[in-house]
Design a protein around this ligand. Structure first.
Ligand code: XCC
Length: 672
């Protein structure tokens, strides 16, 4: 169980460097030289100003440990647990209960659950919106198409719809099922059966266990309302049930992701591996640069479609540019990278740095993971921040409200704004002198199975299973979640990936973690020769050959945005069903090392509920309650098979993950 000194270990990572990406480091220094702030500067200032306190993070001790309660107007209460060492800064005697009588266990567990409410609400709301887009498309009310009919039919058949229905009818059925999974069902009876997508996609062994534990989700919005109700003063005070509800929300979140991925693929196409570039320098001084940031690919795909038209190519030239250059940021970036090979400029930590190049003509923010001060950096340059969604407004930004029914008009307005802004570029252009890195992305489940089918047409999973069983693939690690300025950003993911790769563990990546591996050069075939262990290298060479690439597959498979964590769930569920085991039995682990957002916490708990061990390097605000910390880091293992591993040091974390994989292999009685 984590002790207070773990905060110092967390900090020592950041003290090694702020980032391992030279272009990012260069731009941080440039921006600081101009006297502006970035998230990195603010993190540093936190530590400098508050140096010397224990646990030496510069953060509030109560908040860091999760024992500050601000839920009612009797408070706020700051308490302490008798079994947790007192930091020097705190003058004893401390209260051990809030005014209402809430102990550290109650306060920590309730705060923890409320993280999940916001995370699950974010993914569920995004899911609802894309399901509405599918419904409107099926009813002929948008200009989107059902681009991947094979995927449409596969999803429909999984849900039990087929027969004589037309494509539009199938799409409508899928959309309505998705909406009732998210928003709840009008009749209480079908409600009891839970989320239809969960029942259709999760392995029966896993589902049964979730039902036994009473954490199988009913529908996102109902489970979210239950969580809020439980958190109300005078309601739940048993930390165990708070944590179980957090698992339920995590699961509802993952099912929302799964639905979202399936619908994105139906509307926009299912990705397949293709090459592109990663790094701030994917911006092009001669072009109108448009950065797309957030999590809504439908919107960005419309922009890209229109930018490709003769009309907008001409408009860009008239403005004096050679053309229009899209770059991606964060998860919208991961989405357009995996489907359109649009280069990835960076993540949300780099938002300010990308703008500070002085050549971003428009920076579109849809939903989630944009920082609240992004517009302040934009004001120093000429960049137009364009917000698009009613739930994510930014002061002083141009707001063009997006809706699927009028997406063409919307895209045209946004492109016009960007092109008109090209001529207003400032003199202070500064591009980091580092070439972008080659990267391959697009490893959807369908693409992976497509390659495997070239080896075994009848049972594409068999080559994968055989290689896992014989130890050529020792295990699989999903690297997922955000980048955190609390650590040496990028370093953790890349170190863990390299450590595991040399031990023949295949890495799959999503979201900002996958982007970090991209900057570290791990998304490209050549990295296989450099980093993969001999056995894994052999497998990746054989797969690359089967795919007709003439080179190995890369050692880290970029599976998409954080929404596409669902692809990893999908693939591992297929493996588990094939082997007739539960997910917890597979030699599969997760590292969400640099987790930041509520969404990352919620997905992490969903993964734990499914049975996966989940590593994090940042210290979660739970160690103020030894009971809650123990439940999350060890007792959970007996309930679901999943649990959190908190280890700031990436090499130590890799060793722990390897030990877990070994233990799982022992359990399956396969080659050690
Ligand atoms: Fe956001 Fe999805 Fe985290 Fe990146 S990884 S900072 S949640 S963009 Ni999902």
């Amino acid at each position: 169980m984590p002790k207070l000194k773990i905060f110092e270990q967390e900090k020592s990572s950041r003290q090694r460097s702020r980032t391992t990406d030279p272009a990012t480091e260069h731009m941080i220094n440039y921006v600081e030289g101009l006297g502006f702030d970035s998230v990195f500067t603010r993190q540093k200032r936190y530590e400098e100003k508050f140096m010397g306190v224990v646990p030496k993070t510069g953060r509030c001790d109560f908040g860091s440990l999760g024992i500050c309660c601000r839920q009612c107007l009797m408070g706020p209460c700051r308490i302490w647990h008798k079994d947790v060492d007192l930091p020097l800064r705190i003058n004893a005697p401390m209260q051990t209960k809030g005014t209402c009588g809430a102990s550290a266990d109650v306060i920590v567990a309730r705060n923890w659950l409320l993280f999940h409410s916001r995370g699950c609400a974010a993914h569920s709301t995004s899911c609802k919106e894309v399901a509405e887009t599918l419904l409107k498309t099926a009813r002929g009310k948008t200009s989107f198409a059902l681009k991947d009919i094979d995927k449409l039919k596969a999803v429909a058949s999984k849900l039990g719809y087929s027969g004589e229905m037309s494509d539009n009818e199938l799409a409508e059925k899928i959309a309505l099922t998705a909406l009732s999974d998210i928003m709840g069902k009008p009749d209480g009876v079908s409600n009891e059966k839970g989320m239809v997508f969960a029942n259709a996609y999760l392995p029966p062994k896993v589902l049964n266990r979730l039902k036994e534990l009473d954490i199988a989700p009913r529908s996102s919005f109902e489970d979210l309302a239950d969580a809020d109700h439980q958190a109300v003063i005078g309601m739940m005070s048993d930390p165990y049930y708070f944590l179980m509800q957090s698992l339920k929300l995590g699961l509802a979140d993952i099912i929302a992701l799964l639905i979202t991925t399936e619908i994105h693929d139906i509307l926009l196409g299912t990705p397949s591996p293709a090459k592109s570039k990663v790094g701030i320098n994917v911006l092009d001084e001669k072009m109108v640069n448009i950065a797309v940031h957030g999590h809504v690919p439908t919107l960005s795909e419309k922009l890209i479609e229109w930018a490709d038209s003769g009309e907008y190519k001409d408009k860009a030239k008239l403005a004096g540019a050679e053309g229009i250059n899209f770059v991606g940021v964060c998860c919208t970036g991961a989405e357009v990278l995996q489907r359109q090979s649009i280069p990835l400029a960076g993540n949300n930590l780099q938002e300010d740095l990308i703008i500070a190049t002085g050549i971003v003509d428009a920076f579109l923010m849809d939903v989630q993971c944009s920082y609240p001060s992004g517009h302040e950096m934009a004001e120093q340059f000429h960049t137009k921040i364009i917000t698009t969604m009613k739930d994510a407004r930014v002061p002083e930004a141009d707001h063009i409200p997006y809706d699927a029914e009028h997406s063409d008009e919307w895209a045209r307005q946004a492109l016009d704004l960007a092109i008109n802004n090209f001529s207003k570029r400032p003199n202070k252009v500064h591009i980091p002198p580092y070439e972008p890195v080659d990267a391959m992305a697009g490893f959807s489940v369908e693409a992976c199975l497509g390659v495997l089918a070239k080896i075994d047409h009848k049972n594409p999973l068999k080559p994968l299973i055989d290689n896992i069983v014989n130890g050529n693939i020792y295990g699989v690690c999903l690297v997922a979640s955000c980048n955190s300025p609390k650590l040496s950003t990028d370093e953790t993911y890349n170190t863990i990936a390299k450590e595991l790769l040399k031990n023949n563990v295949l890495i799959v990546g999503t979201g900002c973690a996958a982007g970090a591996c991209g900057r570290g050069g791990l998304l490209f075939p050549e990295a296989t020769n450099e980093y993969a262990g001999e056995k894994l290298k052999g497998v990746l060479e054989a797969l690359g050959g089967a795919a007709g690439l003439g080179e190995p597959l890369p050692p880290v498979w970029h599976m998409g945005s954080c929404v596409d964590n669902s692809r990893a769930v999908h693939l591992t569920s297929a493996l588990a069903v094939n082997l007739n085991v539960a997910l917890k039995d597979l030699p599969v682990v997760v590292s969400a090392a640099e987790a930041v957002t509520e969404k990352a916490v919620s997905i992490g708990s969903g993964a734990i509920a499914l049975g996966f061990p989940v590593h994090i390097s940042v210290v979660p605000p739970v160690i103020g309650s030894p009971k809650v910390a123990k439940l999350l880091t060890s007792d959970m293992k007996d309930l679901t098979g999943g649990y959190y591993i908190v280890e700031p040091d990436p090499v130590a974390a890799s060793n722990q993950l390897l030990d877990i994989i070994k233990e799982k292999r022992k359990g399956l009685d396969i080659v050690l």
